[in-house]
Design a protein around this ligand. Structure first.
Ligand code: FES
Length: 67
């Protein structure tokens, strides 16, 4: 499934980039080429980064959003 239709980058490519250690949007964009055209895929990539975090970190993120 394409995450970035502008650059034809799939969810598998984004996941592989995250798994290789790219833990922020800028690094994933540089690694895959995704996200530098219309930018509409950036929110999906951010969600994939959040989904990759351990549960404890997700909880901390949720707590941060509450304050
Ligand atoms: S969909 Fe990724 S830059 Fe347009």
């Amino acid at each position: 499934m394409f995450i970035c239709s502008c650059r034809a980058v799939t969810d598998r490519q984004i996941k592989a980039s995250i798994d290789s250690g790219n833990d922020n949007l800028h690094a994933i964009m540089e690694d895959t080429g995704a996200g530098d055209c219309c930018g509409s895929c950036q929110e999906d990539m951010l969600q994939m980064i959040l989904d990759s975090l351990p549960p404890r970190a997700e909880q901390q993120e949720a707590n941060l959003q509450l304050h």
